[in-house]
Design a protein around this ligand. Structure first.
Ligand code: NZQ
Ligand code: ZN
Length: 390
């Protein structure tokens, strides 16, 4: 196990009826004027907007709102919201939505205290460490952005979907997770959330660190929990207990716990996916369902033992050599994605072999990718090729 610092300052209020507490939580931080950010329309349909507004109003929190954040959020929206913060003396940001809204909030909160363009931080030209306080009401469990310090934004002019953090300030101060409001999710968003959660576990589990017994057990527990409860929800979307299990699994997959003592995760597959969603605007989890099996098939032979461990501990595969068990485990992951209705090839997004070069160039801007196996341009191209095959 590697040395590590674990410091996650986000306070989480979890469960039914917790949304009405957001106003009082924000008031405790002496927030005077909040910029509330949200997506397109879901919070108006499921009553979340009304509940949040009532809570802010009854606690005397002044609020300015800006909706319209799209899935795969874009830089121009972030820039506009930063202008509002600077012109209106905003002192806190409230995100009401999924990962796209929360990531936007993180970029806006840091950009409000930065004199130049926030994209500098994504390019690594500026190391930011200050941000306005961020609060979140989560409506879609997938990214764990509600309890981590990362934000992923697309620079739509340059087709770069990249991440940044302003360090400890980028963690939300308070996050509210009420699983019951996620019953309004379309089936495919529940599926993509499950795939994203599993992918975060895989990025960490397969990063090549040795002697990570405890966090491997946590990771395997999350995988089993997600698989079991996703299947329950596909038949019974309003099953509260299954929804709650999925929500807390998603948060714990990327809030630092199962990453502790490891090599910070592999993250090659996420970069490969971000290039896909930068060009084709597909849902992040949908892209991962295609790219993770492709990455696994490309890398497992070099060191199959961790893949064999997954096969044994998660799928109960006890027979065969290490290599055979690894192969069967990867097949089980693919089967699960298929079973829950996730896409299986890039063709499902209308992406053909002709487009592999464009994706390869985009994903290879900053090399190498990954930690378990350091991928160069030729490796990236081969993985995309695996992903277009049926
Ligand atoms: O815009 P509205 O109308 O709200 O609809 C949203 C959106 O269309 C809808 N939705 C959200 N909550 C709902 C709901 N619909 C009905 N009922 C509800 N309760 O769901 C759609 C997708 O929302 P989005 O926020 O885009 O999804 P997600 O949470 O999966 O976030 C994906 C974004 O996060 C990034 C991804 O790359 C992608 O851009 N990621 C962020 C990470 C992080 N910050 O740590 C890590 C991840 O690996 C990921 O890269
Ligand atoms: Zn992800």
């Amino acid at each position: 196990m590697n040395n590590f610092v674990y410091h996650n300052p986000t306070k989480v209020l979890f469960g039914k009826g917790t949304i009405s507490k957001i106003g009082a939580e924000i008031k405790e931080f002496n927030a005077k004027k909040v910029l509330m950010l949200y997506g397109m329309k879901s919070i108006f349909k499921n009553g979340v907007y009304k509940e949040v507004m009532e809570s802010l109003n009854s606690n005397g929190v002044e609020v300015i709102e800006k909706g319209g954040i799209k899935a795969n959020p874009i830089l121009s929206f972030v820039e506009d919201a930063i202008e509002i913060c600077k012109n209106e003396n905003i002192d806190s940001i409230l995100a009401v939505g999924g990962g796209s809204v929360i990531d936007t909030a993180k970029a806006v909160a840091a950009g409000a205290l930065y004199e130049a363009n926030i994209w500098d931080a994504f390019e690594g030209k500026a190391a930011l460490n200050k941000s306005l306080p961020i609060f979140t009401v989560l409506t879609l469990s997938a990214t764990a952005s509600e309890m981590n310090a990362f934000a992923v934004i697309t620079n739509e002019k340059e087709n770069k979907k990249w991440a940044f953090t302003a360090g400890i300030d980028s963690y939300p101060k308070v996050t509210i997770i009420d699983p019951s409001i996620q019953t309004s999710l379309p089936k495919e968003q529940t599926v993509y959330g499950a795939v994203d959660t599993l992918s975060h576990v895989f990025e960490l589990y397969f990063d090549g660190t040795e002697n990570t017994n405890l966090v491997d057990e946590f990771a395997e527990g999350i995988i089993r929990t997600v698989m079991k409860n996703t299947k329950i929800l596909l038949n019974d979307p309003s099953n509260y207990d299954a929804r709650a299990e999925l929500c807390w699994s998603a948060t714990n997959a990327l809030n630092g716990v199962i990453g502790s003592g490891r090599n910070y995760g592999d993250w090659a597959t996420h970069t490969l996916e971000h290039s896909i969603s930068a060009f084709y605007d597909v849902a992040h989890g949908a892209g991962l369902a295609v790219m993770f099996p492709a990455w696994m098939k490309y890398v497992y032979k070099d060191n199959p033992s961790k893949f064999a461990q997954l096969a044994e501990n998660v799928f109960g595969i006890k027979e065969g050599t290490e290599l055979e068990k690894a192969e069967m485990g990867i097949e089980k992951v693919s089967q699960f994605f298929k079973e829950i209705g996730a896409p299986t090839t890039l063709n499902d997004f209308g992406i053909t072999a002709d487009e592999i070069e464009k994706l390869t160039e985009n994903a290879a801007i900053r090399l190498p990718l990954g930690r378990r196996k350091k991928l160069m341009k030729d490796d990236i191209r081969e993985i995309y090729k695996l992903a277009v095959k049926v």
